[in-house]
Design a protein around this ligand. Sequence first.
Ligand code: KIV
Length: 263
Amino acid sequence: MKTITINTLSELKRGGEKFPVVTAYDSTFARLAEQAGIEVLLVGDSLGNVMLGYSSTIPVSMADMVHHTAAVCRGSTKAFVIADLPFMAYATAEQAMTNAAALMQAGTQMVKLEGGAWLAETVAMLTERGVPVCGHLGLTPQSVNKFGGYRVQGRGPGEGERMLEDARLLQEAGAGLLVLECVPRELGARISAELAIPVIGIGAGTETDAQVLVVQDLLGISARIPKFAQDFLAESGSILGALRAYAAAVRDGSFPRPEHSFN
Ligand code: KIV
């Protein structure tokens, strides 16, 4: 695999080519994902759930994120790595800059943060200072207590329009990628079509520019497999085979299918 940059991902979107993203939390899985040709690795704060045994991402600390980001970056040399800023690590623009610097110095190429319009100024400050940013809209797990559970977002009156406006504002502020989580299929399609930057879906339907899955979900080893995931290990017989099958299915559009979507 050649070295992947944000320009590679923008070109894929312009060419209408879908690309796979997978979470990675350690150097072994980072190496395997890269060997499988997966362009983007996400050091998600989902590590709180799947690696550390918490019931949400809220307890995840900056120390956790720096530790796992550095491990992933030691295991991967070519993939594009995104690392999550955890809960309350970007409550102010100043905190965002200090904490993003720590993740960049641990080796990530981009930081991800959850939220819409209220983050536009922070995104502009980060990108102006050389920190690439990925936005995250829809079901943003750090706000689970505000949502009253892990619920599909964007279904209520006017919610889809507001999310589209948030997406536009993040893009205008300089975000280079956007994750869209658990939104109706039509909304995922609309936001992906309206934005120039690549939109990475998870439970956001079949039409987004890229897909992300938590690696434990695609291996069928999570405590609870979400509706939008598929067990690629069952059909492939090895972890490397499962990662390759996932990457191929995203690229040829056979994953996700309509049954993985919300309507
Ligand atoms: O933390 C994470 O793994 C994520 C993905 C689910 C998008 O943010």
